[in-house]
Design a protein around this ligand. Sequence first.
Ligand code: NAD
Ligand code: UDP
Ligand code: UDP
Length: 316
Amino acid sequence: MAFTYKGKRVLVTGGAGFLGSHLCERLLKEGAEVLCVDNYFTGRRAHIAHLIDNPLFEAMRHDITFPLFVEVDAIFNLACPASPVHYQFDPVQTTKVSVHGAINMLGLAKRLRCRILQASTSEVYGDPTVHPQTEDYWGNVNPIGPRACYDEGKRCAETLFFDYRRQHGLPIKVIRIFNTYGPRMHPNDGRVVSNFIVQALRGEAITMYGDGRQTRSFCYVDDLIDGMVRLMATDESVTGPINVGNPAEFSMLELAEAVVRLTGSRSEIVHKPLPQDDPRQRQPDITLARRTLGWEPTIALEEGLKRTIAYFQATL
Ligand code: NAD
Ligand code: UDP
Ligand code: UDP
């Protein structure tokens, strides 16, 4: 059976984060009652402050590595630091959030017999040897490197989701999110879009890691949230994993050029060493999302950057 949001109680873990706060907003617009659970490690109360007066919204401080007993109709599991700077700050905790967090949320879903969606990541593909990445590619992850706490944690979470499906018949959904950007990105969490914009606006040097020819595909946050909301509403037979991202691929040099142009900055590019295990290229194959969700991105990089730059201009 498909799912409609109106009148449903929906739990969003990591709801005060970048993606989570946009998701809470969107779910309220769909007529859902939203329970936002967050320990504010990388999230901020300011991201959800404008929702607090809404009688359909409730925020709860809680760390999902501990059990949670609430009554809801659906669970979006987003809690996990997402940028390398943050997830490498306390790598053991990062694995715990993904693994213990998933077990607790799956245990909750099992008791409630409700649907649950996991925010997985393109990082499960590691440094991919297949390009663009399709969902049936198993990935190329270094299990002992500095990114492993995040990549392997997310891979194990996917394993748990599919085992709860096989063992307990849970209605699960796994979305593999590719690099997403937009308002409410952390100004200093080290991700490339926020770094370049903040540096350009402050007239500081643009830090290019390596030669800048490595590529990424950047999805604007509203597009991503739309894909996520559609996936949760699909028939129970649809589990994913399903890639959601923008297939338009850019090198970091092209990104820097666009940011400098759109901000009118005079910042210059300085090269820094490429971090260990930094994937060379990444681009989603979104054939499955097009077919299953009727979804594709609608906001091009140029437009998304303009909106993101406006946000940073207003908040810096
Ligand atoms: P974010 O860091 O802004 O949000 C994560 C949220 O989870 C924060 O509010 C944080 O405080 C909260 N959190 C962390 N540990 C927690 C815990 N133990 N208990 C409760 N809350 C906890 O990151 P984001 O970009 O919004 O990412 C959200 C999700 O999407 C993450 O699971 C991430 O792995 C996934 N994702 C994001 C991207 C992206 O480009 N932004 C790409 C792929 C996957
Ligand atoms: N759990 C939870 N909320 C619930 C139900 C379970 O946080 O409403 C946690 C519970 O603490 C357990 C985990 O989810 O550690 C996994 O639950 P499951 O029922 O799968 O396993 P079991 O309790 O049998 O170990
Ligand atoms: N990057 C960069 N300068 C920065 C931050 C990042 O050149 O100031 C590069 C980074 O090495 C990577 C790409 O930009 O090749 C995307 O980095 P990000 O951390 O945003 O995402 P991820 O590597 O997780 O895809």
